[in-house]
Design a protein around this ligand. Structure first.
Ligand SMILES: Cc1cc2nc3c(=O)[nH]c(=O)nc-3n(C[C@H](O)[C@H](O)[C@H](O)COP(=O)(O)OP(=O)(O)OC[C@H]3O[C@@H](n4cnc5c(N)ncnc54)[C@H](O)[C@@H]3O)c2cc1C
Length: 424
């Protein structure tokens, strides 16, 4: 028997009910767009915060500090109250845009086809799993990412391990320490490939307080155990290999946009971010399909993604009302030496759109951010930053450029500068 099949129409279809998708949808309704449908593959809306059982979420959005699940519920409530229709447990599997925008969704209720005037992809990021990090060894139970740990701990009240090794020192790695504490687990160590933490060094008081040793310049080379993790082999900074006992391995951070849908439908993908290429109005290379949130930039906070989603909702409403400049000719922004990515990657003439370019440096840097067009310097800004810190520069600076722009870093790029981070 074939699955039930339904066809519907929407003014805007939003893919993903995280902070970015929900804020874009709510904004669209507030701006008078009638038929706004959000499709979410999980059975609960709210995106990643729904399983981040810790604060602080919601200051910017609701003026108070909340846990992730409370914040996720508030976002969903606000969207639904504004008239957004939310379809849960429903995954978008393809978008055909040869003619009309035709979005195919699958759920255990059957197939749904939505013919939409516009779509917004807001599918977020995920952490790189073990397979993508090329860590060899056995394939035992107990090797997971932070997202899975949070789901075990906060959604299912389960403890997948008691003495894990934590790989990574990003913000999410620190939050995983709190999740471990919640389930009564005491990590045996936290390791970092680089010689310094990914977060500001001052944030590393947390592992100290919790009695978790942090080892820099250390690589995980082998995982042992069957059927559960029994230990790991580490490569130490002096070249020695050391075996340590543990019953789990937690891979944290090293985020990648959840861009398989964007990729599979043929949108241009930026090799720097791993997400779709957009212009300053968040239009992808198919201008009826927009993108918002962490699919664009690994990785920003929930509050940042929420605010960006709201802006993108306004751009889509403007587009439906014929108020966006044409998407055709654009200058390209490309990362040069010392810059990992630049978003947006294209700028069309005729409007500001997103206020800032967002960038990340490849290394710790102290010097200048330089923009060049046709071999000439058009802008230079002071810069002190590090790989996981946001760098901003006003889009307006680049709006009147006549040719493609390369943005690079000049100055001291070193792993020894550990202190400040400045948004320019
Ligand atoms: C493990 C982890 C922990 C984090 N912890 C924090 C934290 O403590 N604080 C913080 O500020 N930020 C945290 N972040 C960053 C997080 O990405 C942002 O907080 C925020 O959730 C980004 O919002 P978003 O809407 O872009 O994406 P998300 O919140 O990821 O929402 C995307 C949604 O799209 C859905 N989706 C994906 N593909 C499809 C599809 N094909 N069809 C239908 N639905 C789909 C997903 O199920 C998801 O619900 C964390 C990220 C991760 C991965």
């Amino acid at each position: 028997m074939s699955a039930p099949f339904e066809v519907r129409s929407a003014d805007v279809l939003v893919i993903g009910a995280g902070p970015a998708g929900l804020s874009a949808a709510t904004r669209l309704r507030k701006l008078g767009i009638a038929n706004v449908l959000v499709v979410e593959r999980e059975p609960i809306g709210g995106g990643i915060p729904r399983h981040c059982g810790h604060p602080p979420f919601g200051m910017r959005e609701f003026g108070r500090i909340m846990t992730g699940p409370a914040y996720a519920r508030r976002l969903v409530d606000r969207a639904v109250k504004s008239g957004v229709e939310l379809l849960l447990g429903c995954t978008v599997v393809s978008i055909d845009y040869a003619d009309d925008l035709v979005v195919t969704c699958a759920s255990n209720r059957g197939l749904l086809t939505v013919v939409a005037k516009r779509a917004i992809i807001a599918t977020g990021v995920r952490e790189r799993p073990r397979s993508a990090r090329l860590v060899s060894g056995d394939r035992p139970i107990g090797v997971i990412n932070t997202g899975a740990l949070q789901e075990y701990a906060y959604l299912h009240k389960l403890a997948p391990f008691r003495r894990p090794l934590i790989v990574g020192t990003e913000l999410v790695s620190l939050s995983s320490l709190l999740t471990c504490r919640k389930i009564g687990a005491q990590p045996v160590a936290m390791i970092e490939n680089r010689n310094e933490p990914s977060v500001r060094p001052t944030s590393m008081w947390l592992p100290r307080l919790l009695g978790v040793p942090v080892r820099y310049g250390t690589h995980l080379v082998d995982i042992k155990g069957r059927p559960r993790v029994e230990g790991v082999t580490l490569l130490c900074p002096d070249g020695r290999q050391e075996d340590i006992a543990c019953d789990g391995v937690l891979f944290t951070g090293s985020f990648k946009p959840e861009a398989s849908l964007a990729r599979s439908i043929g949108l241009d993908i930026d090799p720097g971010t791993g997400g779709p290429v957009i212009d300053q109005f968040a239009r992808t290379t198919e201008p009826r399909i927009f993108a918002a949130g962490n699919i664009l930039h690994p990785v920003e906070t929930a509050g940042w993604s929420w605010r960006e989603g709201r802006r993108v909702g306004s751009f889509v409403a403007d587009d439906l009302n014929g108020r966006l400049p044409a998407a055709g000719h654009a200058i390209r922004l490309t990362p040069g030496a010392g810059i990992r990515y630049v978003v947006p990657q294209r700028i069309v003439s005729g409007g500001e759109g997103l206020s800032n370019l967002q960038m990340r440096a490849s290394d710790i840097v102290s010097g200048s951010l330089i923009a060049q067009a046709a071999g000439k310097e058009i802008c230079r800004l002071p810069l002190t930053s590090a790989p996981e810190r946001r760098i901003l520069a006003p889009v307006a600076i680049f709006q009147n450029a006549k040719s493609d722009i390369t943005i690079s870093v000049e100055g001291k790029t070193t792993t020894d500068i550990r202190s400040r981070s400045t948004c320019v």
